[in-house]
Design a protein around this ligand. Structure first.
Ligand SMILES: Nc1nc2c(ncn2[C@@H]2O[C@H](COP(=O)(O)OP(=O)(O)OP(=O)(O)O)[C@@H](O)[C@H]2O)c(=O)[nH]1
Ligand SMILES: [Mg+2]
Length: 465
């Protein structure tokens, strides 16, 4: 949906099955439309009341009393959409809610809202910019505390303020460059020294690049930090997955090569969502299907940010060298945790010997996946390795692919500006790249966004939002 019209819109705003439900009405005729159905207990219709007030009464049509309700009145522009709005709190029955919507939507100039239409109106009426509107969808969809924190900060405008600051700097840079252009015939005049321009430009580039880099963190918060569970066959990877998930997700057996494909699931530890990926055990095999599985193991390693290298503690001496040679070269930019599993099978004190096998600076855990020993210690190491810290209000983290793409384009443009300045490219050419950079940043806030992009964004909303 890209357009909205002058209709007054109404929709059920709460999910079915609750004790209470809310119907949201917004538009120029919102108050009038509700007043036609609303019998206020104290006789005073909404039209005679001020904004931000509530009224108790019944919804009735003809001889039919539909429900007892509380109507909350918001007057333009002090509402979510910026229009006159009424929220009717009624009982949560599907019949009641649908009946009220039906009675409202059948009036002249009123209709049922389309998905995201309230938020679209809020955007059109300048109540929020596009990145904030998108954050509303993220807040509704967030399943972990971390994802929720980011979305709320974005909804409150942290990201928008950051972008505004950047655009102001860029406009300043543009005006300095244009000054240079305007007076370029007057060689006797010296304008903004190019090194000054260059340093302003570098500052902007650093900020945009920081935002781009935060996307990996943002993505992990939204979709879970990917943790690959890797090791030789039978080391207990699937048992570990099941223990971490507290579920019998993967098949466990003493047959080597039980897991042939990657299996993954999400779980929350300390408010952070992790996506654990169990993989096929690494070994030389002539089995065609198992080989494909092992290829997928390597792919899972490449996509993970944390790798759990699982060894069978009772035979770790024989496993370590070969496994580390195969896996560690692929883990240069990842956090590796060496997990000695099956410690129930080794004698006491043996763990000190095993620890000597591996480099000092590598995180290690001694566990028994089967007997669920030392799992909290491993979980703590995983949380530390995720390097997701508690967020504060100042942190701006990019979570949205559309924003990330626009920022990447902006980064490429500002980089060209910087190179142009360094290589004494004429100002008019440099200015072109500068304008492009501003364009891409404006795209995020929705200032230059096309209908197609808007359609794509608001499609993701549910009706009532
Ligand atoms: N004693 C003991 N046995 C374990 C432990 N963890 C797993 N096992 C056993 O080791 C065998 C292999 O376990 P899996 O979890 O299937 O091992 P895997 O690494 O997923 O094996 P593949 O899928 O073949 O690569 C099973 O018989 C498990 O019960 C443990 O902590 N202690
Ligand atoms: Mg397995």
């Amino acid at each position: 949906m890209t357009h909205t019209d002058n209709s007054t819109i109404c929709a059920i705003a709460t999910p079915p099955g609750g004790a209470l439900g809310i119907i949201r009405v917004s538009g120029t005729r919102a108050i009038e439309a509700v007043d036609r159905l609303f019998r206020p207990a104290n006789g005073k219709p909404l039209a005679q009341r001020g904004g931000n007030t509530t009224a108790f009464g019944t919804i009735a049509a003809g001889g039919e009393t539909v429900d007892e309700v509380v109507a909350t009145l918001f007057r333009a522009p002090h509402s979510y959409t910026g229009e006159d709005s009424v929220e009717i709190s009624c009982h949560g029955s599907a019949y009641i809610m649908n009946r009220i919507v039906q009675l409202l939507a059948s009036q002249d100039g009123c209709r049922v809202a389309q998905p995201g239409e309230y938020t679209l109106r809020a955007f059109i009426n300048g109540k929020m910019d596009l990145s904030q509107a998108e954050a509303v969808a993220d807040v509704i969809a967030s399943t972990s505390k971390a994802a929720h924190d980011v979305a709320v900060s974005q909804m409150r405008g942290g990201f928008s303020r950051k972008l505004k600051g950047l655009r102001e700097k860029l406009l300043h840079l543009t005006s300095l460059m244009e000054l240079e252009l305007d007076f370029s015939d007057h060689e006797e005049l010296e304008f903004a020294d190019r090194s000054e321009l260059k340093s302003l430009c570098d500052e902007i580039e650093t900020e945009i690049s920081r935002l781009c880099n935060s996307f990996a963190v943002g993505n992990a918060m939204k979709n879970g930090v990917p943790v690959a569970i890797v090791g030789e066959t039978n080391s207990g990877k699937s048992t570990l997955l099941n223990t971490l998930l507290d579920d019998d997700k993967a098949i466990v057996s003493d047959i080597q090569g039980t897991t042939r494909d990657t299996i993954e699931d999400m779980v929350n530890i300390n408010g952070i969502t992790f996506r654990f990926i169990d993989t096929a055990g690494i070994r030389d095999t002539s089995d065609k299907i198992e080989s494909i599985g092992i290829e997928r193991t390597f792919k899972a390693i490449s996509q993970a940010s944390v790798v759990l290298l699982v060894l069978d503690a009772s035979i770790a001496m024989f496993q370590w060298t070969e496994l580390s040679e195969k896996v560690l070269p692929l883990c240069k930019d990842k956090h590796v945790i060496v997990v000695f599993n099956k410690t129930d099978l080794i004698a006491e004190g043996q763990d000190a010997l095993l620890k000597r096998l591996i480099p000092d600076d590598m995180a290690t855990a001694f566990i028994s996946a089967k007997e669920k020993r030392n799992i909290p210690t491993l979980q703590q190491l995983i949380v530390q390795a995720s390097s997701l810290k508690q967020l504060n209000d100042e942190d701006v983290i990019v979570t949205n692919t559309r924003h990330f793409n626009a920022l990447s384009l902006a980064l490429a443009s500002i980089h060209r500006v910087s190179e142009g300045l360094a290589n004494d490219i004429p100002s008019d050419l440099v200015s072109q790249d500068l304008r492009e950079c501003i364009y891409h940043l404006s795209d995020i806030a929705g200032e230059v966004t096309t209908d197609a992009v808007l359609a794509n964004i608001f499609e993701r909303f549910c009706i009532g939002k």
